[in-house]
Design a protein. Sequence first.
Length: 366
Amino acid sequence: MNEATVDSAITSLNGFRAERERWERLYRADAHSHVFLSWSWLYAYLSTSSPGWTIVVLRDGDELVAALPLRRSAVPSRFLPIARQITFASTPYGDYQGMLCRPESEHVALRGFERALLAMRWERASFPDVVDARFVRLLDTLRGDVAAVELTGMTRSPRVDLPPTWDEFARTLGSGTRATTTRCVPRLARDVAEFRVTTPSEGDADAHIDAIVRLRHVRWGGNLATARATYGRLYRAAYDAGCLRAIVMWDGTRPIAGSASFVDPVHGTYNLYQLSYDKAYARYSPGKGVVGLAIRDAIEHGFRVFDFLRGDEPYKSLYAPGAWTTSHHRVTRRSVRSSLFGAVNPAYRTLKGAAVRVVYGPGRRI
């Protein structure tokens, strides 16, 4: 392949569905690929997300060589469209971001994506959660007279290689963590008359998904209807696509704790996306209990890596000594419109923050 060919971008679900076999071949060929760029997860997400996404693809003949999912929107909002911003298509729902590329085509792919980005109409770009050094090199090509590129932060994402059995994994834990993790389920079974642990099937998948969404709402607040419309729909679509694993502990019909994980059979990763519990049961350590159930589920289904995904919360280090580190980047194109946005945005965010606190109460952030 001598030159990357930027094909007409994929902009519809039908178009993405038609690329499934080619996408999955590209995914398997790319050692840097991850679950959030898998066809199953990305299709589940795009089928439930708002319009505005596009996937820039490069081809060698009919075969996909590289792909970069993007989204363009008005900023600071669609009601005040001062500038245009691009970001990854699945931001902020995909915990890892980047691109797909066949290893032998990296150089021409970076040149092709550079041309494609410069041809798009945008003033600002936000690229968080980058786990792919190739994408960082792509951003470096934009640095200079065309745009300013800034590193805005780093995030650790703990992960651990899994042994063949749960007993082997349990022996790697500290004594206190091992005790609270393994004793949770027996204690609940002893004290809670209608205690049970279940995973979803076709007939009750919606009940499990809603339980996990409601637990998140009980734990962290927010708008339950919005959570059902976003996370609930995403989980259902991911379940239908075959990449969701869910576990719920129950007290009768009341959920005690639950987890939702996205799985990637290609790389053997089990990715814990959401973990929540009802604080009324805190004395049983249900959070650690459901972590243990999820890790056991991963081992029993042959997954090789358990990934706690974005965020370095202290409990994760009790189970996972290793980590991936993601980087966050902001790109500012040099233009009058971009400068106007930079001048107006601080005042807009101040006003929006004040409005949010009036509606939701003190302490709520935008």
